[in-house]
Design a protein around this ligand. Structure first.
Ligand code: IPD
Ligand code: CA
Ligand code: CA
Length: 263
């Protein structure tokens, strides 16, 4: 795989997809719910996934696609080249706010993340990472993360994890909230990973993420030295839904040891 050529190709289809999403603001969209009433999907999520699939099938017929809306391939192993795609990450924000959502895309070869993209469509901000080649915010190279401490950190986390839940003891999270400098919740896992990579936040924690939420962001975040695991400290899973924490390496293990006790 020629990463340089792929990178140019991917950037052009991501920008085209972004243009289509911005155009959708001009007409009515249809909204449905999936696993529960707050799990939204629109015709635009579906159309954008189909747009990517038609391009990938035409130009890279041997590659497979693991997309959130299910129009891609059924993926049961990590063989060959797989595109992990979330056409709109942050659909609730897309529907309610028309901002704070992103296209999230990771290209993996035999399970190894080679290229990662997060496109903040409304701000026209593209974050991308190339394995061994660094991470970028638009065309600016991102610096490696410098050490920090919990007390000076900003952590992104959904408020759901600070109330009783089935994954872990929420008293630990309440303590974390008291100990850190600030808590943020942006409503798009992909953007939260992009903010981690660009040093705007120091960690992002979620109890329920899917491979397409994190695939692109993991490539980008790792290029600046961030560590991404599940809450048991195992490598993040690209085959199924799991817990997730990505953080500045100087605080990752401390957060898990001191604050997150799995049930
Ligand atoms: C969701 C967003 C949200 C996260 C959810 C994801 P979607 O993705 O990333 O921030 O908390 O777990 O499912 O459904 O908008 O693509
Ligand atoms: Ca998502
Ligand atoms: Ca989505």
């Amino acid at each position: 795989m020629d990463l340089h050529e792929m990178d140019r190709y991917i950037k052009s289809i991501i920008k085209e997809a972004g243009h289509r999403i911005r155009n959708s603001f001009l007409s009515d969209i249809s909204i449905e719910s999936k696993s529960n009433v707050n799990d939204l999907v629109t015709n635009i999520d579906k159309e954008i996934e189909q747009f990517f699939i038609s391009r990938i099938n035409r130009d890279f017929p041997e590659h497979r696609i693991f997309g959130e809306e299910g129009f891609g391939d059924e993926i049961r192993d990590q063989k060959g080249v797989i595109w992990l795609l979330d056409p709109i990450d942050g659909t609730m924000n897309f529907v309610h706010q028309k901002r704070n959502f992103a296209i999230s895309l990771g290209i993996y070869d035999e399970g190894i993340g080679k290229l990662g993209y997060i496109y903040d469509v409304v701000n026209d901000d593209l974050y991308h990472g190339v394995l061994g080649g660094g991470a970028y915010y638009n065309d600016e190279k991102l610096c490696r993360l410098s050490d920090t401490v919990i007390e000076e950190s900003i952590i992104a986390m959904n408020a759901t994890w600070a109330v009783p839940n089935r994954y872990f003891d929420h008293n630990g999270t309440l303590q974390l909230i008291q100990d850190v400098r600030g808590i943020r919740s942006y409503g798009s896992a992909a953007l939260e990973l992009a903010y981690l990579a660009s040093g705007r936040i120091d960690a992002y924690i979620s109890m329920r993420l899917s491979p397409w939420d994190i695939a692109g962001g993991m490539v980008i975040a790792r290029e600046v030295g961030a560590v991404a695991t599940n809450i048991r400290g195992e490598p993040a899973n690209l085959m199924k839904q799991d817990t997730f924490i990505a953080a500045n390496p100087s605080i990752h293990s401390r957060i898990l040891e001191k604050y997150i006790q799995q049930k």
